[in-house]
Design a protein around this ligand. Structure first.
Ligand SMILES: Cc1cc2nc3c(=O)[nH]c(=O)nc-3n(C[C@H](O)[C@H](O)[C@H](O)COP(=O)(O)OP(=O)(O)OC[C@H]3O[C@@H](n4cnc5c(N)ncnc54)[C@H](O)[C@@H]3O)c2cc1C
Length: 369
């Protein structure tokens, strides 16, 4: 068995884990990824990467390749009850998670990165830097990088169990076999839909609804078109001609966690959703994961591999940003789903007659580490 006592143990091979592994390898820090699944799981869903996230992918040298296999819409059109309100120019990559994961994995592997599948983290001895897996294997490591996503075991071990709170929103998602050029936002009373091309012949469909029905927080929970049409008016669903016949439509309950206290603990640092779960209303969870891991590696390098100093600096640089994004995302959820006719009129008026959308996205998208 390999000896990992000089390696950073990355728990989870998602966006943050694979990107962190690549940055660490590039900067000659030994690391290894432990993933609970038997392969890279991407759940057949879409993801949009805004300029702040693209900047990190550029640093990994995978941006150009990602562009060639993704949707690269230049325009986002906003509708309110099927009437166009306004449109803006956009510089966002819309792609499938599979594309993104495949390229991140290819990058990590090209740097000689090692991944161990079927390793589900079960416990950590933080003081002694020992990690214990459900398959019965234990390792002593140099540092632990928690990249294990929204239901992070690492976060639970560091900060104790907490009860996620249902946010009042659920999300429908599927991938449609149809072509689309632009990113389309349909705003309605108590719901909104975002659809975008993930390549030349497939379109990601995501519909968020305000509902008291507490759906499970799971990528695997199937729903039906008939249930979807109870949440969203048929005349809007009719815009997606292939939706009616889709069998693989999924529903996901959006849950919130308490305010982020810290991004690290003794010998362990948190990244991405494990550090700061974010509601999906401004499409920033994956982008924040990318920003996190780039910042951490940059600081680690400048501190010559001293972890405690790096953890403190990483936290001071990231906490304000992720709190801001978290708050903005929650507010955007409220704005997207408002049922109040006066607020709808006011929101649409501002979107149509001012550059409010550009101002709101500027602080998020133009951020560079
Ligand atoms: C509906 C929806 C739409 C979204 N759209 C966007 C978008 O457009 N743009 C955007 O930037 N973000 C978006 N996000 C958010 C984004 O998907 C996440 O923020 C991102 O995937 C987080 O990356 P991560 O690496 O932290 O976690 P993940 O990508 O979830 O990876 C976690 C990994 O850890 C593994 N793991 C978990 N537990 C263990 C364990 N105990 N031991 C070992 N391995 C473990 C998992 O199997 C997984 O491989 C969206 C989210 C949702 C729900």
């Amino acid at each position: 068995m390999n000896n990992y006592e000089n390696s950073v143990a990355i728990i989870g091979a998602g966006i943050s884990g694979l990107a962190l592994g690549s940055f660490l390898k590039e900067n000659n820090f030994a690391c290894v990824i432990f993933e609970r699944s038997s392969n890279i799981s991407e759940y057949g869903a879409g993801i949009s990467i805004s300029p702040n996230g693209k900047d990190v992918l550029k640093k990994l040298n995978i941006l150009d390749e990602l562009k060639t296999i993704s949707g690269n819409s230049k325009k986002t059109i906003f509708y309110s009850n099927l009437k166009e309100i306004t449109s803006i120019n956009t510089d966002v990559i819309t792609t499938s998670r599979k594309n993104l994961y495949d390229l991140l994995l290819k990058k990590y592997s090209s740097l000689g990165g090692e991944i161990l599948f079927d390793y589900e983290l079960n416990d950590i001895d933080m003081e002694n830097k020992n990690i214990y897996f459900k398959n019965g294997i234990n390792h002593h490591v140099k540092h632990i990088a928690a990249c294990d996503g929204i239901k992070s075991k690492c976060r639970q071990i560091c900060f104790g169990s907490e009860m996620p709170q249902y946010s009042g929103y659920s999300v429908w998602r599927t991938i449609l076999d149809q072509n689309q050029t632009n990113i389309n936002f349909y705003l309605g009373s108590g719901f909104h839909i975002v659809s975008y091309p993930i390549n030349n012949n497939k379109t990601s469909f995501v519909a968020a609804v305000k509902t008291r029905e507490k759906n499970e927080e799971s990528w695997m929970l199937r729903g039906t078109y008939s249930d979807l049409s109870k949440d969203i008016p048929i005349e809007i669903l009719d815009n997606f001609e292939t939706l009616k016949n889709k069998k693989d439509i999924y529903k996901w309950g959006i849950y919130t966690r308490s305010k982020i206290k810290s991004l690290y603990s003794t010998n362990l640092t948190l990244f991405g959703d494990a550090a700061h779960p974010i509601t999906p209303f401004i499409g920033q969870g994956g982008c924040m994961a990318l920003e996190d891991v780039y910042e951490f590696t940059k600081v680690l390098k400048s501190n010559n591999g001293q972890f405690l100093k790096t953890q403190k600096e990483y936290q001071s640089k990231r906490l304000k940003r992720v709190r801001y994004i978290n708050k903005t995302s929650m507010n955007q959820g409220k704005l997207n789903h408002t049922k109040n006719p006066f607020l709808v009129f006011f929101r649409n008026f501002l979107m149509k007659n001012t550059n409010i959308i550009m101002l709101m996205t500027k602080k998020i998208w133009e951020y560079r580490i």
